[in-house]
Design a protein around this ligand. Sequence first.
Ligand SMILES: [Zn+2]
Length: 205
Amino acid sequence: MVEIIGSGKPVRLFAAGLHGDEWRDTSCILEEIRDTGESKGEGRGKSPKTGTLALLTLVSKGEYISTLDSHYYPGPGKILLEAIERLRPDIYIELHSYSKENFEKLAGKDRIRKIGVPAFSVLKEGVLIGSVSPHIRWKYFPKEALCLSFEVEKGNPASKELVSRFVKLIGEMESRDEFIEYLKEEFPEQAKKAIEDYRHFYGEL
Ligand SMILES: [Zn+2]
C-alpha cells in the first residue's frame, strides 16, 4: 500500500523491498520516515515543507526477479508500477540491497559491456548509487525527473544509516538539479561519474 504524506508538487515516490529478501535491509528505512516526526494531517510521518512524499515500504517479498528483467514491473513490481502510473513522480527513489560478493557485478567497470547498463557509483559505507531500470525510466518519467537507485550493503548498519540520511534529504528536495548540486558538493568524484554515465547512456542531461 502506498502511503501519502503532504500534497501537491513536487511528487516524490520512494520504494523499498522490491524483490526477494531485500526488504530486510531496506523497508525499515522508509518505515522510520513514515513513523517518526511531528505528525500532521493524517497523523503519520512528517509532511515535507513542499509537495508530496509517497512511501511504498514493501513492494514484494516474493521471488527475486531483477528490475532489469522486463517481467519485473508487470509482475512482482505491479503495485510499484501502478503507483508510478498514478502519481507520475518528479522524484523517484528505489532502495535495494546487495551482498558483498555481488559488489563487482554492480560497481565493476565492465557492467555496461556485460549487461548494458552503467555501473553503480560507490559513495561510502558500501552505499552504491545509480539510475533506475531502463524499462521504466523513459516510459514513465520526463528527462528532468530525478530517478535513483540506492544499494545498501546487506547487514551493514552504517550503510543503512547513510541511505536513511540521503532519503531524508531527498524527501525535502524540489528537483533533480538540487540533488546534483548536493552530490557535487559532497561527493564530487562520484557526481562526475554519475553525470558522465547519464550523458553516455541517456544523451544530454
Ligand atoms: Zn534489488
